[in-house]
Design a protein around this ligand. Structure first.
Ligand SMILES: CC(=O)SCCNC(=O)CCNC(=O)[C@H](O)C(C)(C)COP(=O)(O)OP(=O)(O)OC[C@H]1O[C@@H](n2cnc3c(N)ncnc32)[C@H](O)[C@@H]1OP(=O)(O)O
Ligand SMILES: CC(=O)C(=O)O
Length: 525
């Protein structure tokens, strides 16, 4: 069965604290959503601000292959003719084939917020819907606060839907505007409405104030709803809206519904693209699309997934464009180690003594504060050291790093000196930097480049410090993670010490040793 997915990232999503889309952002999101294949894109309130109106004027030239653009606005104000309502007219001016009109369905709102009579509110709904139908629009009627309204005065809430139907509405959308309704209540009310309006398309619009927006939207479909409103990233007013990136794969992969015209395998890239435009980060633990959604860390889980992926995965990550990850750590077992060392020591098995030795060393170092799940390069060096395949490329004789304040040389407040030996030849260098680690990095690289010019391509792109035991204040151990690149590849290394410079130096040394090992390995192929 086909369902209509109605995306309101650009309208309700734009009501999120901290989110604001420019006209060009909106155009980029519309193209992305159209490609992904949602049926409707509610892209703004033309009556609210000139930016949204400019957007609709610009978007009139867009050729969309899957989606219909929707302009959003309220019913006419009380006691005036529809034509005299500026908001309504701006909605018409937006020039979209479909409009979403919201009207009050909670009697309390009609009397206390609109300050009108229950009858006049019905009139506003009926006449506004009819006006848009007379102007050839597809009308999606959003019954604002429907669930609270139904709870308070079910007969009146149903009369509001009757009024919208009477005006010619194409879809009746039941809104949980305050987000307080629970999924089983949503199911019961939607079922009642579906039965009371046979042949009408019934939709759902849930806010997430009880953390149930996705579940409630799915229950609405279970009760006979065929139109689901929501947003990418679940953004929206207050706690957000129902998250389409969870609803769509749930309904499509598990419910057997057809939700989108495009390819579900583009779900992850669509979410990431829209998040970037909105200047947001996708939480790593987000279902389906988060970076950790298919990241396995427990040793038994890794072993299980390697034997049979569905033993620990609810769906195949590739179905939503995500990928599986195995993380190495103190909770790893031998299988996790084997999966990581395949390129370095393919001969190892679960029974090899070296496998147990690698695992033991890994757990010892993690106990000291190391963390290898991101630091693949340091792990590779650890493996080589344990199995006796590591030859250091230099020997450290000494280093010294210091800072002074105020800086004697503008920004450069630090200097470092280092002495190393390579095959018996000594090299001593000094460098300045804007901090002691920066100076030490420059001095080490300068010394090593004398022997290994290839290292001149390597530079650091990220540097993270984490205090491990905060109770020891300035005497605490720290973990330093360094990300490096040679312009082609990136790798991460780790160092731990109570001395932040020593921890940084260890991570730096691993980074440069790793690069030299990969150059050597490439030369022997
Ligand atoms: C649940 C939802 O998400 S609904 C959409 C909510 N989104 C927004 O509010 C964003 C866009 N809103 C805006 O830009 C502005 O609020 C505007 C331009 C629409 C209106 O601005 P103003 O005329 O200055 O009114 P203001 O925002 O102060 O108050 C809202 C008015 O809308 C009226 N109103 C609220 N809901 C409705 C409705 N469904 N139908 C008709 N009028 C409504 C209120 O009664 C109030 O009018 P009043 O001052 O005569 O009592
Ligand atoms: C229409 C809408 O956004 C709501 O009722 O929540």
């Amino acid at each position: 069965m086909k369902l209509e997915m109605f995306d309101t990232t650009l309208r309700d999503g734009a009501q999120t604290e901290g989110v604001s889309f420019s006209v060009s952002d909106k155009l980029a999101v519309v193209r992305t959503l159209d490609e992904f294949g949602v049926r409707y894109i509610e892209a703004g309130n033309p009556g609210s601000n000139p930016k949204d109106m400019e957007f609709f004027k610009t978007a009139a030239g867009l050729k969309l292959k899957n989606a219909r653009l929707v302009a959003f606005g309220s019913t006419k104000r009380k006691n005036i003719a529809v034509r005299d309502d500026a908001n309504v007219m701006s909605l018409l001016d937006a020039g979209t084939a479909a409009v979403a009109v919201f009207g009050k369905s909670w009697d309390l709102h009609a009397t206390e917020i609109l300050n009108t009579t229950l009858e006049e509110n019905l009139n506003c709904v009926r006449e506004t819907v009819k006006f848009f139908k007379d102007n050839g629009k597809e009308v999606i009627f959003d019954a604002e606060h429907f669930f609270d309204g139904y709870k308070n005065n079910p007969a009146y809430a149903m009369l509001v839907l009757e009024a919208a139907k009477g005006g010619g509405a194409d879809v009746l959308v039941l809104c949980d505007t305050n987000g307080g309704t629970l999924p089983m209540q949503v199911y019961a009310v939607v079922k009642t409405v579906v039965e009371a309006f046979p042949g009408m398309r019934v939709g759902i619009h849930c806010h997430n104030d009880s953390g149930c927006a996705v579940a409630s939207s799915m229950m609405a479909v279970e009760a006979g709803g065929c139109h689901v409103q929501g947003t990418f990233m679940g953004i929206g007013e207050r706690c957000g809206n129902a998250d389409l990136t969870v609803i769509i794969p749930n309904l499509q992969l598990k419910g057997g519904y057809e939700c989108i015209a495009g390819n579900l395998e583009t779900l992850c890239e669509t979410e990431i693209k829209i998040a970037e435009i909105a200047n947001l980060t996708v939480p790593s633990n987000k279902p389906y699309v988060g970076e950790s959604a298919f990241a396995h860390k427990g040793g038994m889980h890794i072993d299980g997934v390697d034997k049979l992926s569905r033993s620990f995965e609810h769906v195949d990550p590739s179905l939503v464009g995500n990928s599986r990850k195995f993380l190495l750590s103190e909770v790893s077992g031998k299988k996790a180690v084997l999966l990581k060392v395949g390129d370095i020591a393919p001969e190892l098995t679960k029974d090899s003594p070296e496998t147990a030795m690698i695992l033991e060393r890994l757990k010892e170092l993690e106990h000291e504060g190391y963390q290898f799940e991101a630091a693949d390069a340091s792990f590779e060096l650890l493996v080589k050291k344990v199995i006796g395949r590591f030859r250091p490329h230099f020997e450290l004789s000494m280093y010294k790093a210091s800072s002074e304040s105020p800086a004697p040389d503008g920004e450069m407040n630090s200097n470092a000196m280092i002495k190393i030996k390579v095959d018996g030849s000594a090299e001593t260098t000094a460098a300045v930097g804007n901090g002691p680690v920066n100076a030490l990095d420059a001095a080490l690289r300068k010394a090593l480049c004398v022997f290994y010019p290839v290292l001149s391509d390597v530079h650091l792109i990220d540097y993270k410090v984490r205090v491990l035991e905060t109770g020891d204040a300035t005497g605490s151990r720290v973990r330093v993670l360094i990300e490096s690149t040679d312009g082609h590849r990136k790798w991460i290394t780790v160092g731990v010490s109570t001395d932040i410079i020593e921890a940084s130096f260890a991570a730096l040394v691993d980074s440069l040793e790793y690069k030299l090992c990969t150059v050597e390995a490439a030369a022997t192929v």
